[in-house]
Write a protein that binds this ligand. Structure first.
Ligand code: NAP
Length: 314
């Protein structure tokens, strides 16, 4: 029997208990699943299902641990936990999280592409307007971060006809998407992106990647959708760029401090849409299947999917 401890949000214990047991049964894997750290001695546990709101925030007592399954795609919290340097940590890769992000990003890109806001809550239009939005194929969308989530969004936006540019650390190939990397790749993407989507992790290298200079280098009237992490953006510079009209609108799902404090200027800014970190979420059913699949891989001597590289920070 493989010993697994769920140490996520205590309110989700029964939900994950059912979903992990169901996934293990379907996969023919015999697990002893504990839902509370008080139920099991730490030195017995082989796999730990973790999120930042769970009771375990130090992995060092878990001396038999083979892997930590992070329930979130973002790994800031799990990397703060004391742990042996060679402990495998897998970030969450599961279809529910990916599909949710796709829906959010496509929805907000389409909103900015079609300038939907222009026709919401307006006074009666007396002079009938004949301004048509461009076709998707005449609109360039740039995506910073084309990993699991960004690549899926890029492929689907390209499928809708958009001219999609994506940027990552390593060179990539995604059908229908122009994939860029390196400093020049970033500057080329920024210069072209009429709608800019951020889906990077927050690391020492990505912090404030969207700074004042790059905001100024975006095309006039560009829109921004940040579903990655708050610290990717220099917020004072963004507010200034919105106020001078260079940036048309910013949809912001993630912030330096969450919940976003009530006094933050984003709340009342007419060109900012605040969503409360709801772009996507891990879904217990599909996440449990991904967790069980990763345990099976590890038990079979195969590398787990989504292993975090501590030195890179993601
Ligand atoms: P991922 O698969 O690790 O992808 C990260 C992407 O960023 C990769 O393409 C990576 O390049 C690129 N990248 C990282 N550092 C870079 C650098 N210094 N320069 C250039 N590119 C860099 O992660 P994911 O699963 O797609 O998730 C992305 C992020 O989305 C998470 O870290 C999290 O912060 C955020 N997120 C937000 C929500 C929400 O609800 N708002 C939900 C889930 C996730 P390589 O491909 O070359 O490694």
């Amino acid at each position: 029997m493989i010993s697994v401890l769920f140490s996520g949000d205590p309110d989700k214990r029964s939900q994950y208990g059912d979903a992990v047991s169901k996934a293990a049964k379907a996969a023919g894997l015999q697990l002893r699943l504990s839902l509370d750290p008080a139920e099991v001695a730490p030195e017995v546990v082989e796999y730990l299902i973790y999120d930042g709101s769970g009771p375990v925030q130090d992995f060092t007592p878990f001396t038999r641990l083979r892997g930590v399954m992070n329930l979130w795609a973002g790994v800031e919290a799990v990397l703060r936990c004391p742990a042996p340097p060679d402990l495998q940590i897998a970030r969450m890769i599961e279809p529910g999280l990916t599909e949710g992000m796709r829906d959010y990003v496509i929805g907000h890109v389409m909103r900015h592409h079609l300038d939907v806001d222009r026709y919401i809550g307006t006074e009666p239009i007396t002079e009938w307007e004949v301004t048509f939005p461009p076709l998707a194929r005449n609109r360039t969308v740039g995506i910073l971060g084309i990993g699991t989530l960004g690549a899926d969004c890029a492929a689907h936006l390209a499928g809708l006809g958009f001219n999609v540019l994506g940027w990552s650390r390593s060179a990539k190939e995604i059908a229908g998407v122009t994939c860029l990397s390196g400093d020049q790749g970033l500057e080329d993407l920024i210069a072209a992106a009429e709608i800019l989507v951020l889906l990077l992790p927050h690391t020492a290298e990505t912090e404030r990647v969207l700074n004042a200079d790059r905001l100024a280098a975006l095309p006039e009237g560009a829109c921004i959708v940040n579903a990655g992490r708050g610290p990717l953006i220099d917020h004072d510079a963004l507010l200034a760029a919105l106020d001078r009209g260079h940036i048309r609108h910013a949809t912001m799902d993630v912030f330096d401090v969450e919940p976003l404090p009530p006094e933050h200027p984003y709340w009342s800014h007419p060109k900012v849409t605040v969503t409360p970190h709801i772009a996507s979420v891990t879904r217990p059913e599909t996440a449990s299947e991904a967790i069980v699949a990763n345990i099976r891989r590890d038990q079979a001597g195969q590398p787990m999917l989504g292993i975090v590289q501590r030195t890179r920070g993601y």
